[in-house]
Write a protein that binds this ligand. Structure first.
Ligand code: NAD
Length: 453
């Protein structure tokens, strides 16, 4: 089944988008009688739309472009049968949403989660378009997944589900059409099964159809560390713009998983004082700076920070309110809200996670003069090294760690410069500026290509 957006009509190519139609808030978008009713209309998709609409007046794009980019280009729903270990058959809904193919094939993660829906995938696909465009990667955004509880499935069942999901979407995935990557509850192994299923249908190995796969089948070195390393590259540049170096500065990291754990190490390596970190079990705090390698060794042994007693224990709520120079949000969405944003005592907030600051918290931090470096810039290191992985696979020529790190640093630095320049030029927040810079990239390509036929 293929679902498409309703009529969007009335676009005038020569008209520019102005502020009066764009300052809508999430609640107003909800109530608008002119909005077509869409299958993907959910709170998360409305939030993605609201951010887009708030940035539009500053992007200077035509109404044709504005309307076209408002909705995903394509959404596919599949039902995926799985033979359970007890012999029964269960059917799971699966989704893939492709937001934009203007700049190239679509790119985005596959998640296995009970909350996966068409609307969630549509919102996340839209954000991927902006992230790829901001980093000047030749991709549009996509997202997909299977609505399931991955913890209730055996390894054999997850493999079966992954292979059948890939088969159902075999005409949609492809190195030149749509390139999946890992996301919530999927990993290198999931990508290996997807690559193998696709390759079996092609008759030869096609490593470039997915990224985030094991190095043994064409994965890239430095992919696992890329997001956390990129977060700190951005934090370093943003701190310099405020007027300080990270060495000797106090940093707090919420989330000690892939992104936060690597970010803490990168900060530590730069001589910063990582004074607090946390995971879902709570936080640890030491004003003189934590022993980050010891924390990693503890988590490797115990799976979490629970029980670590070599320093003061704090709650996640307390951690977010600690006085510090840099606060890195690397856990999950909705962490800074209207309830705690006025108690944040950092001089800089960097968003390693997706959506950790609500629209209301953003406003409060803005009024208090605390810059928030937004997720679509800060955590783009992962998709950037995924792009490097795809390029290496296509060329069958592999780069070393130093080369990838240098290329990543160049890309992140270039995007950050453009975001700050738009922010200063337009007098808008870094989040709005990142959106504006991203929208302009896609808009220029769409204006050049036009609407077919
Ligand atoms: P992860 O599962 O490896 O780590 C998440 C960490 O956050 C864990 O330590 C977990 O215990 C902790 N956590 C969860 N809820 C928490 C809470 N309420 N308070 C404090 N800590 C909490 O996940 P990850 O890959 O590091 O992703 C983290 C965030 O970064 C997510 O928003 C993800 O979408 C985003 N992100 C990840 C990547 C990537 O390459 N991994 C890329 C872009 C964005």
């Amino acid at each position: 089944m293929v679902a498409r957006g309703g009529p969007i009509g009335g676009a005038q190519p020569s008209r520019r988008v102005t502020a009066d139609r764009t300052l809508s808030r999430v609640s107003e978008l909800d109530a608008s009688p002119t909005e077509p009713v869409l299958e993907w209309d959910t709170p998360l998709f409305r939030m993605a739309r609201a951010q887009y609409e708030q940035a539009l007046p500053y992007a200077g794009v035509s109404e044709m472009v504005a309307e076209r980019l408002s909705f995903p280009e394509r959404a596919v729903i599949v039902s995926v049968p799985l033979r359970r270990d007890d012999g029964s058959i269960e059917i799971f809904p699966g989704y893939r949403v492709q937001h934009s193919t203007v700049l190239g094939p679509t790119k985005g993660g596959i998640r296995y989660d009970p909350e996966v829906s068409l609307g969630e995938c549509a919102a996340l696909a839209t954000w991927m378009t902006w992230k790829c465009a901001l980093l000047r990667l030749p991709y549009g955004g996509a997202k997909g997944g299977i609505r399931c509880d991955p913890h209730a499935l055996s390894r054999r069942e997850v493999e079966g589900l992954t292979r059948r999901f890939t088969s159902e979407l075999i005409r949609d995935f492809g190195p030149q059409t749509d390139i999946p990557a890992p996301d919530m509850a999927t990993n290198e192994q999931t990508m290996a099964w997807m690559m193998d299923t696709y390759s079996m249908q092609s008759g030869y190995a096609v490593p470039e159809v997915v990224t985030g796969k094991p190095i043994s089948i064409g994965g890239s070195v430095f992919r696992r560390e890329a997001t956390g390393a990129g977060v700190v590259m951005v934090a370093e540049q943003a701190a310099r713009r405020i007027g300080y170096e990270l060495a000797g500065r106090s940093c707090v990291v919420q989330g000690f998983g892939n992104v936060g754990g690597v970010a803490a190490t990168e900060l530590h390596d730069r001589g910063a004082l990582v004074v607090a970190v946390s995971d879902v079990s709570g936080g640890v705090h030491s004003e003189g700076g934590l022993d980050v390698p010891a924390l990693h060794a503890y988590v490797a042994e115990h799976d979490s920070l629970a029980g670590y007693d070599r320093c003061e224990r704090i709650t996640n709520e307390q951690l977010l309110e600690l006085p510090c120079d840099v606060l890195v949000l690397a856990a999950r969405e909705d962490q800074l809200t209207s309830a705690n944003a006025d108690r944040v005592h950092a001089s800089l907030v960097v968003e390693g996670a997706n959506g950790p600051t609500t629209i209301e918290a953003d406003e409060i931090l803005g009024e208090r003069g605390i810059p928030v470096v937004p997720d679509i810039l800060t955590n783009a290191g992962g998709v950037t090294v995924s792009y490097f992985e795809w390029v290496q696979d296509l060329g069958r020529l592999f780069w070393d760690r130093d080369e990838i790190r240098r290329k990543l640093s160049d890309k992140m630095g270039d995007a950050l410069d453009r975001v700050y320049s738009v922010s200063v030029d337009k007098g808008i927040t870094l989040r709005q500026a990142a959106m504006v810079a991203a929208i302009r990239e896609v808009a220029a390509a769409l204006e050049a290509r036009g609407i077919y036929p």
